[in-house]
Design a protein around this ligand. Structure first.
Ligand SMILES: Cc1ncc(COP(=O)(O)O)c(C=O)c1O
Length: 613
């Protein structure tokens, strides 16, 4: 039942669910987080219960797990093709769309096979020998699918490529240097070889990995190399083997308009290269870069906008060149955009710790109690932010002693700070400030005072949170029908203070909303803040949080910090008529295996991985 006029719709806005890239999450009227698959709802609590019943006694059971939903890969693959088809139809573009999945983004078999099953023409990209071997296996009965071989090419990699070509695989080899060109022309025959020139586009874009383009890029041919490569290919009779140019502008490019410039730039290069004799050039591969909306704050048609900007950039450039060149096929190597939805980490809350003592415990000194009363009154009378600051600074000067009890002691200081912080927050809300993010002091008042210990490792499950401060949506599985009581930090069980998630995106709303203890839930402009809202704090212990959109890159870069390895993998498939099936793909990585990895092959362990419940 809703409290304080709070409704499930408010929670949907706060947590960003049921829209954009979190369209597959929803909230039931009882406040339970659920998967929304087509028209069917599956609550996370049902999934958690079913897994427990199926595997609770298994030695590799851990109460937290990673949920894989291959149908969400299919959804993205179809959406991407449809977005390009739509843009091409609207602009009457005559080239084709060619989808390529770069397996480095998630090499798991369940993910790669989901891509393949979803589109009979989709191709795959390898960056190493190992990835090529993986691709070879996955498409052994569909050798016509395009394979792009990127990455540094040593003789062994080229040997494997050659073997695959002999076995009938449809491979295009990218060239990234003069040296690679020399190796390729020595080994292959022009007529049997399909080449790609990977170039560094000089384009400045907004995004996390924008340094993977232009001057500082580690990948691709700079223009002077490109000209040398073209000369070498001409001399050796390979010029007609080049069918594609490739450039990757970076990952998670949120400034979607830049794809129009990117389209124009590469089309210009495409035309110039054709003029230089590369007359078989027919594809432009735009690499990856399609962003995922981790904060549910982008326009809802973001994927279509991306396709539209890219196609229109190509089209405009062709028109500007008097349509003298055939419209190139548009190849897309989206990785993040295809796989992010595929994985969710379900984290069990083992316990909740409080930073401040429970007020019911009482002070160790009467003076502190009197001080609390006095300071509360002055706070409640404060009429401006600067007055509040003054009161706050004055109050702090009196405390900070090193004794455990008595006036000025650490215990009393903790207690009174907790109580007065809450009074200040209440007063800040009453003062109705135009911005609640004015400076560090105000921001400090919103910081959570409860720490939830989650049975997981940030370093293993969502390493990018630590590596590049990437934001992943975090949502409690229950009590979403009530106004959030407070906010919490979700910390992991590693011994590293970076192993925690506190950041939470406060969405833009017309009105500012607050938790029951007056912490900010929405903002006027949408911004990051500290503290994950929870409905009822008393129910958090033993319940779970969902870390969503973890399907891209996180499996590939996981770390075994503190020897906490992979969580169990559980696959969910929606069947006909709303039936759904779970399968336990693998249990948690065993302590024995983790120890073996660091050289201790001789330690026998029969205990459960992670913490037993
Ligand atoms: C050549 C190439 N293609 C595709 C991708 C995938 O990019 P994204 O995940 O942004 O789609 C990358 C990522 O690094 C890349 O280097």
């Amino acid at each position: 039942m809703a409290e304080n006029n709070w409704s499930v719709d408010n929670s949907k806005l706060v947590y960003g669910v049921n829209k954009n890239d979190l369209h597959f999450l929803d909230i039931t009227k009882d406040g339970e987080l659920c998967l929304l698959m087509g028209e069917y709802f599956i609550t996370f609590n049902e999934i958690i219960q079913r897994i427990k019943t199926m595997n609770g006694e298994s030695p590799s059971y851990a109460s937290s797990f990673t949920l894989r939903v291959p149908q969400l890969v299919t959804y993205q693959i179809k959406k991407l093709r449809a977005a390009f088809q739509h843009a091409m139809d609207e602009l009457d573009y005559k080239g084709r769309f060619i989808g390529i999945y770069p397996v480095k983004v998630n090499q798991r078999k369940d993910c790669v096979t989901a891509v393949i099953r979803s589109d009979s023409e989709y191709g795959l990209e390898a960056g190493t020998k190992a990835e090529l071997l993986l691709i070879k296996k996955v498409i052994e009965s569909e050798k016509q699918r395009p394979i792009i071989c990127n990455g540094a090419k040593d003789p062994e990699y080229l040997e494997l490529i050659s073997q695959c070509m002999n076995e009938g695989y449809n491979i295009a080899i990218s060239i990234e240097s003069v040296h690679e060109t020399q190796l390729i022309v020595q080994r292959f025959k022009p007529k049997e070889t399909n080449l790609i020139l990977r170039i560094k586009p000089y384009l400045s874009v907004e995004g996390h990995w924008s340094h993977s383009t232009g001057r500082d890029s580690k990948f691709g041919l700079s223009v002077h190399d490109l000209l040398d490569v073209v000369d070498l290919l001409k001399e050796t009779g390979f010029i007609s083997s080049v069918q594609t140019i490739l450039a990757h502008a970076g990952s998670q490019i949120t400034e979607v308009e830049s794809f129009e410039r990117f389209g124009r730039l590469l089309t210009k290069i495409y035309a110039e290269l054709r003029e230089m004799g590369l007359t078989n050039l027919e594809n432009i591969d735009f690499g990856g870069g399609l962003a995922i909306d981790y904060t549910s704050s982008q326009p809802s048609d973001f994927m279509y906008d991306y396709a539209r900007f890219l196609v229109s950039g190509v089209q405009e450039q062709l028109t500007a060149m008097s349509d003298a060149y055939p419209p190139p096929n548009i190849m897309i190597e989206s990785g993040r955009g295809v796989t992010a939805l595929f994985s969710m980490v379900i984290v069990e809350a083992l316990e909740v710790r409080s930073i401040f003592p429970n007020p019911a415990e009482g002070y160790t000194s009467h003076e502190t109690r009197d001080d609390e009363k006095r300071t509360k009154e002055t706070i409640r009378k404060a009429s401006s932010l600067s007055e509040l600051k003054e009161i706050w600074n004055r109050f702090h000067k009196q405390y900070g002693g090193l004794t455990l009890s008595g006036m000025g002691s650490i215990f009393d200081y903790e207690m009174i700070t907790g109580i007065l912080e809450s009074v200040v927050r209440e007063r800040l809300v009453e003062l109705n400030l135009s911005s609640y993010d004015i400076d560090g002091l105000v921001r400090d008042f919103w910081r959570p005072e409860h720490i939830v210990i989650g049975n997981f490792s940030v370093f293993n499950s969502i390493a990018d949170h630590v590596l590049v401060k990437q934001h992943f949506p975090v949502i409690p599985v229950q009590d979403l029908h009530v106004k959030p009581e407070t906010t919490v930090r979700l910390v992991d069980i590693t011994c590293d203070s970076d192993g925690e998630i506190a950041q939470f995106y406060r969405p833009q709303a017309d009105r500012l909303w607050f938790t029951k203890d007056h912490r900010l839930l929405t903002t006027t402009d949408g911004r990051m803040g500290d503290g994950i809202p929870v409905g009822k704090l008393e129910n958090v212990k033993g319940s779970c949080f969902v870390l969503a959109l973890a399907g891209a890159y996180q499996d590939a870069i996981e770390m075994d910090h503190n020897l906490l390895g992979d969580l169990p993998d559980v696959e969910l498939v929606l069947q006909d008529h709303g039936e759904w099936a779970l399968s336990w793909v693998t249990g948690a990585e065993s302590i024995e295996d983790l120890l073996k990895d660091v050289g201790y092959a001789d330690i026998d362990v029969d205990e459960d991985p992670y913490m037993s419940d």
